[in-house]
Every structure is written in C-alpha cells, then in structure tokens.
Ligand binder design. Structure first.
Ligand SMILES: [Zn+2]
Length: 549
C-alpha cells in the first residue's frame, strides 16, 4: 500500500522560534518512522534553502532574484507571509492525504477558506490562550477534521465554546530536549558569568510586549525588597532577559526608575560587533562592550539573540522563574526553565495553569479578570502581593529544600514534555483516521459550476448575501455562516466594521470580490482535474528538483 502523503504547514524547521522548533522535532520523528511521504511548506524559508533534506520542501519566502512584483505581492498582505499566496499551489502539486498545522488562529485561518479543502484531511492544533475564542475562529476550527490542543486549558475552552462543532482529539504539547535544557551547578555558572555565587536571582525570559506585565513584575519586586527578611533583602536581584526598546513594548527604564530599583535589576546584553554577551546591571538600551571598548551592546532581540546553550546558562543562574502574563498559548520559556531545574511562578490562567500543575510550580492568584478590546477574550491581572509572598517563600527555603524542589520540577518536566510523546499523538491520528468524502481523491471528476451574472432586482441585504453564496460562490452550505451573517450586518450599517477598520462598503465591490473568489475556485478545480495546467512556478519546479525523499 502507498504511504500516506503528509504535508506540514509551519514556520520552517531551521527557525529558532517555538513554531520552528516544533517543526524540526515533529518532522524528524515523522520521517524516522518511515511510514509517510512527507512535505514541509516552510514559512520564512526560500525553496532554494530546502536542499539535501529527507523530505520535500516548498519555501514560502520569495527568492532573492524573484521579481519585484513577486516580492511586493508577498508583502502586500500579512496572510501571504503566513503562506496564503502559495498554499493552493503547494497542495495541487503535492496532493496530500492529510495536512497538519499548529500555529495561531489568524495564521492558519486561510486554509479554512481554501477551495481545495474537500480534497485533504486537516488536523489543526491552534494556540488557545484565553476564553472565549472569537466566533470567526470557531468557524474556522469547525472546518477541520480534527483539533489538537497545546494544553488542557485549550481543550477545556474549546469544549465549552464549541464542543459540539469540533472533533477534539487531545493534547500534543511541545517537548523539551532534556539533554540540552538541563541543570548546571548554579554557583559555578554564576561565577563563570561574573556574578556572586551566593546571590538570589528571580528572573524571566519574555518578549517585551503588551501582554507581558513587566511594570507589575518590577513593582512586585520593589515591594519584595521593602518587605523581605534581612537575610535575603540585600542579595536578591531581578533578571530581565528581554528586548528593549521595542516599538510596542514597555518602557523598562521608566518603570525601573519609578520603582527606584535601579541597582537591583539585571539584564542580558549582547554586542553588535563581537557578538559576546553578558549579564550586567540594567543600563538602558545601550551598554559598553569591554572587548570592543565601545558602546556596542544592546539587549537581545529576535534579530540578535542568544544561542540555545547560552540561553540554558541564563535559566541556570536563576533561583525562581516568573511568567507574568495576562495569557499564554503555551509559553515555552516556562518549561525551558523547569527543565533546567528552576521552578516557575506564573499567572494561574490559560496554558500557564497546566504548565504550573505539571511542573509543580507556584500558581500566582488571579486578582482580576477583564475583557480585552482587541480579542474580546478574558485576560487576567495576577495578584502582585501573592507574587511577593511566593518570592519570599521560595528564597527563604534552605539549600536542601531548594535542591529537592529543583529535582522535583526537572523530573516532572522531563516526564510530561517529551517530543516522542508529542509526535506519537500526531502519528496515532494519522495512522487511524478515516478519510471523508473526496479526501485524498485528487483525481475526482471536476466539480464545475456556473457563476451567475443575472442578479434579481430588489433584493434586500439578506437576499443579496444569499444570492452571493448560492449563485456566485456555489456554497449554499455557508449562506448562513459567520461570514455571511457578518456581511449582512455590515451591509445594513453601510460599512465594514472590524477592530482598526471602518470602511464604507457597497454591493458592487462586494459582488466583484466574490466573483473573483468564485473564478479562482473554478480555476483551481480545472487545474486539479487536469483540464488546465498549473502555471509554471519556479518555486514548485525548484521543490521538485531538490526533492530527495
Ligand atoms: Zn564587543
């Protein structure tokens, strides 16, 4: 029997992001099983960089010598950078039995709108960071054949919001490589980094962005310093491993000086010239490099960060790791810290509540839940006083007690967050699902339809939208779905209303947009059934030339 054709759509396996690391670990294991014909639709990778791999690679990024027109198209719409502009071409070429995805809802949502959706089976593990989920997202999740979740919180939320619409199959939480993320001798590593071996360090590794509560963390640390027992008061420091300044981020310098904790906050700095990094007192965004004898050090960013072995050292200097966020889809740094034997304190909400439970962390009480404008989801403010108590409690433990706690969190992490277990969840599903309808039948006879040019007169807005779904798009099943309902509402108001957008709309532009969509659908159907050929795209040709699988 032929091997099942499996297509993974994700940030490419070489990228040092959470999604990229997941791709690497999952692809390697799917490949090693020998059970599948495998392809990667590699986001942020050029096809030319996908050589010498044991699976097929379609890159989503334009080549350096691609036309300006191509590059402009790639940049014209954020969905194109996520894969929207090439996805249909990739599936027409590869003809997958099953497609696997696991990114944020808005990143993978374009797949739910692909006209080729009936021809492949689709499993999606969307990040679920808070409750309730947007209605438009639920509509997209309902187009899948199966849903996996990053955390038990995700399962609980989706069951509650849309359990009757979704086929939820369990958790495939990311793993952690216990050979890389491991405990070192804390005193030794501190000495190596020029720190006093006997200090206490409370630390965090978070992006400097709105949902991470840096000012509250700094405030809590300041309160801690005022209240802490003499024994720990003078030798405890807060380590912020983050990016600064950041366009949409917190003004860390302001908050540190406002709380008057200037000499007590440490940060990681990396030199733009020699790339050496070190931990130093927070000195705003620029710092001196002793090697280059110049002000050439900056705080790490996505573009200039630390290598993984160095990040492991950062975790290892900490006594306690704090994830102070209003929500998390997963929050990898938490399990990276616990794998290094550093216990975590985190807001007791969303995926953090599960990571806390599995790794024997310190849950920080939720002080207040509130609705966020952009997402309409519940977010939380954790209780600063409770965090202060946790810092006090943990730092006052005896060295033996700390050692025992460290062993406990390390062991629990290694047991729960294992890449083999993670890959097994996907493989068990791939090996056991039953295809529905025409899934996998890429040679199915063409399903053509007529796009009506004759719109009846005097339609009200409801009838107009029904006409579009029935006579233009040929999708009567969606005529009363979320998108159609929203369209009726927008027409009644006379404007498209979304967060950040209020734009006048009229029937003419709407009907043209849907006609274009219907024509695209027909064209793809003709290509799929062999009535037309796929326009020669160099990225497809290159993917086929490079293919060693
Ligand atoms: Zn330097």
């Amino acid at each position: 029997m032929n091997k099942k054709k499996v297509l993974l759509v994700a940030e490419n396996h070489n990228l040092a992001s959470g999604f990229g690391t997941y791709a690497k670990n999952l692809l390697e294991r799917l490949h090693a099983s020998g059970k599948y014909e495998l392809a990667e639709f590699a986001i942020y990778m050029k096809t030319s960089d996908g050589k010498d791999l044991p699976w097929k690679v379609y890159g989503n990024a334009p080549e350096d010598d691609d036309s300006d027109e191509q590059k402009q198209m790639y940049n014209s719409n954020p969905n194109n950078q996520f894969g929207a502009w090439r996805f249909d071409k990739v599936v027409l070429d590869f003809k997958p039995d099953i497609v696997l995805t696991y990114r944020d809802p808005w990143m993978d949502m374009f797949i739910s709108k692909s006209p080729l959706l009936p021809y492949f089976h689709w499993v999606w593990m969307p990040t679920v960071d808070s409750d309730p989920q947007k209605q438009s997202w639920i509509e997209g999740f309902a187009k899948t054949d199966a849903i996996l979740c990053y955390s038990e919180f995700g399962i609980k939320t989706l069951e509650k919001d849309a359990g009757h619409l979704l086929n939820i199959k369990g958790c495939a939480s990311p793993g952690i490589d216990p050979k890389i993320y491991k405990p070192y001798d804390k005193k030794q590593i501190r000495q190596e980094l020029g720190l006093d071996p006997d200090v206490n360090i409370v630390g965090t590794v978070m992006r400097n962005q709105k949902r991470k509560l840096f000012p509250e963390l700094i405030k809590s640390f300041s309160t801690f310093l005022k209240q802490a027992p003499e024994k720990i008061k003078h030798n405890t420091y807060l380590l912020l491993h983050t990016s600064y300044p950041e366009k949409m981020g917190w003004n860390l310098g302001y908050h540190i000086s406002e709380e008057d904790v200037g000499g007590k906050v440490l940060s990681t700095y990396i030199c733009k010239n020699c790339k050496k990094w070190r931990i130093d007192f927070f000195r705003d965004s620029l710092n001196y490099c002793p090697d280059c004898k110049a002000i050439s050090c900056v705080m790490p960013s996505v573009g200039l960060g630390l290598e993984v072995p160095d990040l492991v050292k950062i975790y290892n200097v900490m006594d306690l790791y704090v994830q102070y966020a209003i929500c998390e889809g997963f929050g990898m740094p938490q399990v990276e810290a616990t794998a290094c034997g550093v216990p975590i304190a985190a807001s007791n909400y969303s995926a953090m509540e599960d990571v806390l439970r599995w790794t024997h962390g310190y849950p920080i009480n939720v002080q207040k839940m509130y609705r966020e404008l952009e997402t309409n989801a519940e977010r939380v403010f954790p209780d600063n006083n409770h965090l202060v108590q946790i810092m006090n409690y943990h730092l006052m433990l005896s060295p033996e007690e700390k050692e025992a706690k460290s062993k406990q969190v390390r062991q629990a992490t290694v047991e729960r967050y294992d890449w083999d277990d993670c890959a097994k969840v996907w493989m068990d599903y791939i090996d056991s699902y039953k295809p529905k309808g025409v899934q996998g039948h890429w040679d199915h006879p063409p399903q053509l339809f007529h796009i009506s040019d004759q719109m009846p007169e005097n339609l009200n807005n409801e009838q107009f939208v029904e006409f579009i779904y029935n006579a233009v798009l040929n999708e009567p099943q969606n005529a009363f779905g979320y998108e159609a309902t929203k369209l009726v509402r927008d027409l009644n108001i006379g404007a498209q209303v979304e967060h950040g957008i209020i734009e006048p709309i009229n029937r003419e532009s709407i009907i043209n947009r849907y006609k274009q969509q219907a024509n695209n659908k027909l064209m793809l159907e003709q290509i799929r059934s062999g009535m037309a050929t796929l326009q020669n795209d160099t990225f497809i040709e290159m993917a086929n030339q490079n293919d060693r699988s």
